[in-house]
Ligand binder design. Structure first.
Ligand code: HEM
Ligand SMILES: Nc1nc2c(c(=O)[nH]1)N[C@H]1C(S)=C(S)[C@@H](COP(=O)(O)O)O[C@H]1N2
Ligand SMILES: [Mo]
Length: 401
């Protein structure tokens, strides 16, 4: 057999296989219907993801809203929920377009090659993206050897970039099938007319059943995991990694004092909080902190991993503490923990949050002295920011020069 004959034989095999895959659910219209939803979910993930990224690593000119206080709880809850929704939508979409993998000739032209390459990149990067995102929310951190945040961030540009190319290339098909069903039934594989019926119903019934399956899958994953972010769904919260109601003082914990290696220091009678602005410094012990004006606020802990929980905190305004050392009105602050190893021991608080009267060094939670796992003797709590920045077991506040 000559190479040319071999190629022809492979192509005949592929077309036969593709013809066998034809089904009423595999139409360009169905690809567009699911693609629209998936596109929205991806864009929501991208937007809320960038918001989360820049809250943690702001560019110098960035200023963030501090109200509503639940803003980050909502954006990150949306991120995880839209992210989870990508699973049934993407599986449905791949089911619909799967026969396209076997199109012949495999490559018709350079633009066709680029189109197929961009789709390969889109499919591969989105699958990795949603799988590592999910793995992160269930805290199997050890499962992959690369840093999650950086990888997920970089991949988000690959996903959205290849999505933009994909939409550009498919624009004619998208426009043709956006609204109306095409009069002529064509399959996504391009095999016109001949409709293959699996299941006994009509093509329309088959399509409805398929969409119903995708919808039921979507409803199931959202309803059973959304409770970690949205209180009304909590009773249905079967699979979400966190039940926000469980934990000391009614609040979950991400890292205990023991894990952080701070139990002794945090319990020590000699604990103090230093407030430092250049050469000026004040050192307060627990009694001195309790003697300052105490403020009570309702603010959520909203973890980057999606769970969140409202709580009542009492303590001293960060701004009042800065006044003790005469700090300028618009400064940013570094909050330093007793925890010295790991990435969570330090956080930076931008001027808009420092200035905010709800930003506290909290000493009490839900009417009791902070539990050691929630950051006793003192922790940061501030509005509209990720939980990871709400530094526990505080030891120092430094004005950033
Ligand atoms: C196309 C889909 C997605 C896109 C474009 C996307 C994008 C992003 C971006 C840009 C960030 C910020 C990363 C950073 O802080 O540097 C982020 C964070 C995050 N994403 Fe996604 N994401 C997607 C899907 C998912 C899914 C499916 C899940 C989980 C079910 C998920 C879970 C997370 C988590 C937990 C974070 C917080 C990371 C951290 O700050 O530690 N993402 N995402
Ligand atoms: N020092 C220190 N502060 C920390 C952490 C930590 O590991 N170490 N975890 C952060 C994360 S990821 C979250 S979500 C919140 C959780 O607060 P909680 O444990 O009191 O609910 O604390 C934040 N503050
Ligand atoms: Mo967190």
């Amino acid at each position: 057999m000559t190479p040319r004959e071999a190629v022809a034989a492979i192509e005949r095999g592929m077309s036969a296989y593709r013809a066998r895959l034809a089904s009423p659910t595999r139409t360009p219209r169905m690809a567009v219907v699911l693609g629209r939803l998936l596109g929205v979910a991806f864009l929501v993930c991208f937007g809320t993801g960038l918001y989360s990224h820049f809250l943690q690593d702001p560019l110098p000119w960035m200023v963030f809203p501090t109200r509503p206080t639940q803003l980050y709880q909502w954006t990150q809850g949306l991120h995880i929920t839209a992210g989870i929704l990508c699973f049934p939508l993407l599986l449905g979409k791949l089911h619909v377009v799967y026969p396209q993998l076997f199109q012949t000739p495999a490559v018709r032209s350079l633009p066709h090659l680029l189109e197929r390459a961009s789709i390969a990149l889109l499919v591969a990067s989105s699958l990795v993206q949603i799988v590592i995102g999910f793995i992160n929310t269930v805290q199997w951190y050890q499962l992959f050897p690369f840093p999650f945040r950086q990888t997920h961030y970089a991949l988000s540009f690959v996903v959205i970039g290849s999505l933009a190319v994909h939409i550009g290339v498919k624009l004619p098909v998208i426009l043709r099938h956006w609204r109306s069903r095409p009069r002529e039934e064509t399959t996504a594989s391009g095999a016109t007319g001949r409709l293959h019926r699996w299941m006994d119903g009509s093509p329309t019934a088959t399509r409805r059943a398929f969409l119903g399956t995708v919808a039921a899958g979507s409803a199931a994953v959202v309803l059973t995991t959304g409770g970690q972010s949205f209180a009304p769904l909590q009773p249905l919260n079967l699979f979400a990694p966190r039940d926000p109601r469980i934990g000391p003082q009614g609040l979950p914990i991400n890292r205990t004092a023991e894990d952080a290696g701070v139990v002794q220091l945090a319990r020590s009678a000699g604990w103090t909080l230093s407030i430092v602005d250049g050469d000026r410094r004040t050192v307060l012990d627990a009694d001195a902190l309790r003697d300052l004006e105490q403020v009570t606020v309702d603010l959520p802990i909203a973890c980057v991993e999606g769970w969140s929980r409202m709580a009542t905190w009492s303590g001293v305004r960060v701004r009042d503490l800065l006044d003790l050392v005469g700090a300028a009105p618009d400064v940013a602050v570094r909050a330093v923990s007793l925890e010295t190893k790991g990435a969570y021991g330090v956080s930076e608080i931008g001027p808009e949050f420092v200035r905010d009267p709800l930003t506290l060094v909290a000493l009490r939670l839900n009417g009791e002295v902070l539990d050691i796992d929630h950051g006793y003797p003192a922790r940061i709590i501030s509005p509209a920011r990720p939980g990871v920045l709400q530094t526990k077991w505080l030891s120092r506040l430094e004005v950033i020069a």
